[in-house]
Design a protein around this ligand. Structure first.
Ligand code: ZN
Length: 101
C-alpha cells in the first residue's frame, strides 16, 4: 500500500508513479492537481468578469483586441483621456481637502 495513492474522486488505489487515476482519470499528482485547480479558478474568474462587463467595457475590449490600427489608436486616445480625467479629478479632491482642512 505504501507505493500506492488513494483517488480522491473514486476512492480506489493507484500506483504512485501514475499521475492520473487509472479508474476515473482524476489527477492524483498533488503539484499537477494544484496547477489544474489554479487554471480552472482563473478561467472561472475570467468568465465571471466577462459576464459582468458593461457595454462600454465590451467596446473597450473590442478596441484593444482589434487588429485594425484605427481601433488601436482610438483605444490609446481613450486611455490618455481617461488618465487626464483621473488626474484632474485627483487634483480637485486634493484641492477640496486643502481648503476644508
Ligand atoms: Zn479515481
Amino acid at each position: 500500500m505504501s507505493n500506492q495513492r488513494k483517488c480522491h474522486e473514486c476512492g480506489k488505489w493507484t500506483e504512485v508513479r501514475e499521475t492520473h487515476c487509472v479508474f476515473c482519470d482524476a489527477t492524483l499528482d498533488p503539484l499537477l492537481r494544484a496547477r489544474e485547480e489554479k487554471i480552472e479558478r482563473e478561467k472561472k474568474i475570467r468568465e465571471e468578469r466577462l459576464l459582468r462587463e458593461t457595454r462600454f467595457e465590451k467596446y473597450l475590449r473590442t478596441l484593444q483586441e482589434s487588429e485594425k490600427s484605427y481601433h488601436q489608436i482610438t483605444f490609446q486616445v481613450l486611455n490618455v483621456v481617461f488618465t487626464i480625467y483621473m488626474g484632474i479629478l485627483s487634483f480637485f479632491i486634493w484641492l477640496i481637502a486643502l481648503i476644508s482642512g
